[in-house]
Design a binder for this molecule. Sequence first.
Ligand code: ZN
Length: 412
Amino acid sequence: MIPVGNSKYILRVNKRKVLNLIYNSKTISRAEVTKISGISAPTVSRIVDGFIDERLVEEVGIGQSTGGRRPKLLRIAASDNYIIGIDLGTTNIYGVLADLNASIIHEEKQPTRLEEGFYSIMEQTSEIIEKLSRQTAERKKRLCGIGMAVAGLINKSRNIVEFSPNFHWHDVDIVGNLSQKFSVPIYFDNVTRVMALGELCYGVGKQYKNFVFINVGYGIGAGIILDGQPLLGSVGMAGEFGHITVEKDSQTQCDCGNFGCLEALASGQGIARAARDELKKGTQSVLMEMCGGDLNKVTAEMVANAAKKGDALAWNVFSRAAEYIGLGISALINLFNPEAVVMGGGVIQAGEILFDNIRKTINARALNRSSRGVPLLPATFGLKAAAMGAVSLVMNKLLNLELECFLQKQKS
Ligand SMILES: [Zn+2]
């Protein structure tokens, strides 16, 4: 006889298998689920009926008959269930409302009140969540959860942001704060790992199970996916790619306090700072005109535009940053042997000028032909990568049955 605990466990494994099969097929019949999963037909039927009752799966249309009655097809009840994804950035707080197929239903954005500190930013985030929740209620849909992408070191075991140099936060409890207002499950993780997870669920992950996601924006980070799973590290801090030292004797200090970090030299703020330093030395550049003589107004975007126009100063600043990023990526390729490197974040919008220079450095540094051949791809969702990744954070929990209790309570 199978012990009770064991049979519960087997049922859970089977339920997960069935739900993932349905999710990964556009439509599928009960007979096909039975055949592919190897689970008995009565058990499949019982599990499917449970999911239909929970409003996670729905029956649609009529499939091909293999003799006898033509079967109804199953699919995930994507348009009945919504997820909120929040990209908690230092420049903007951007929120999306998406269905279970990752189609965006509604978006909200506010410039981050960075200087006002944690509680004010949490209030802004709440406002965005409230607006998106209202949209959900008006459309009579169910909200399954809220996912958030945050820049910083996340301590998974304490469920807090332990340190965020960009926000200047130490030990802040985002979930504790927001769950006072919202009763749906809330999940968060480091922005780059969240972006990598989004790619795994909805983007390049359909092709690759081993890839590295590099985020170059205000800061720099890496999300490492190995065998289809994000690499967390012992407490969830793996992937702090921006804080590897790439220039040992550098005078440029990073937000983390060290000198010569990749992030200090090649992130959006690093690029703007390098251009400013060159301008201060009196180097001629169209940037002077573009910023109206106010060096504080120089941004990475401005430098990219000047470089595209053929400005020598801007071009040099950009190719140096690309070289540093390429150095870092070569190290990651040599360490993890990925099938692809995916690049996201604001700075990546500079396009070919950055990609070409990074590629050149990788080709010069990578160990062998297969490393040199690793595809360098832009992020699937462009500037929406973090918000869509945040959506996938909840989707992942849902497919893993971690939202079961909550969804059962919210059936109607
Ligand atoms: Zn650093």
